[in-house]
Ligand binder design. Sequence first.
Ligand code: GTP
Ligand code: MG
Length: 251
Amino acid sequence: MSSNSSVVIPALNEKENLSRLIPALKNRDLNSIYIIDDMSNDGTEKLEQQYPGVHLLTRGGRLGLISAEIDGMRLTDTDYVVVMDADLSHRPEDVPGMVEQAIRTKSDLVIGSRYMESGITNDEFIRQVISKIANMLFRISFDVDLHDCTSGFRVYSREACDYLGKQTDIENGYVGQVDIVSRLKHEGFKITEYPVVFVKRTEGKSKLKMREIVNFFLFVVYNKKMFRFLLGFAGLVIIMVIFSYLIIRFV
Ligand SMILES: Nc1nc2c(ncn2[C@@H]2O[C@H](COP(=O)(O)OP(=O)(O)OP(=O)(O)O)[C@@H](O)[C@H]2O)c(=O)[nH]1
Ligand SMILES: [Mg+2]
C-alpha cells in the first residue's frame, strides 16, 4: 500500500546512530525525514549536507523529547507521521507495517508495541520491569486497553498531529508519551498497537534520567482514579492494622 508519510526523529548527540539509521530508512516509502536536534555537539548538523532530502531543525538548546517530536510534526504535511528514536532501538523494517496498519484500520495513532503478542524487546531486565510496571499503572489509572503506552515508536495521522501541534502543555519527558495517549483517547482518536522488535541501544548515551521516571509515577498517581485507588488501599491497610492490633490485644 503506497502511503503519504514522513518521519520525525528527535536526536541529541546521535550522529553515529543517525548515519546508520538514515540510509536504512531509504526505500521505506517515506516522503521526507526530519531530524529535530537540540544543539548536539557531535556534528549532527553535518548530516543535512551529507544526506540530501534530510531536513534538520536545530533548536536553541535541550528543550525535551516530546517537544522535539511535536515541533517535528508541525513541520510535516503528510497524511501520516512516523516518530522514532535515533538510537536504532526502533527498527526501520517495522515502519511500513505500522503505516499500513494506520491506513487499513484508520488509526490516528499506531503504537509500536513491545508487550503485545509477537512484540519483542531485548532491553535490560530492570528496565523491562520498570517499563511494564509503568504500563500497568497507566492502564489501571487511565482505563486504557493497550499494552505499551510508554513506547516512543509511533505513527500518527495528520489529524492527530494537528491536534497535538495545538497543545501547549503536554508533559515533556518520558511521561509525555502516556500524556499524549490519554489526550488522544479523551478526544476520541482511534489508537491501535503493532508488534515491534525493540533493540537495546548499543551506541551513544542514554538521555533518560531518573527524574523522568519519578515524574511518570507522579503523573499516574495524581490521576484521580489512581489516587482514589491508593487512598482506598491505604484505608484497607490501616483497618487491617487496627484489627490485627485488637485481635492480638484482646483475644
Ligand atoms: N531533540 C531532542 N532529542 C532528545 C532529547 N532527549 C532525548 N532525545 C532523543 O530521543 C530519543 C530517545 O531518547 P533515549 O535517550 O534513547 O531514551 P530511552 O530510549 O528511554 O533510553 P536509552 O535507549 O537507554 O538511551 C533519542 O533519539 C534521543 O537522542 C531532547 O531533549 N531533545
Ligand atoms: Mg533509546
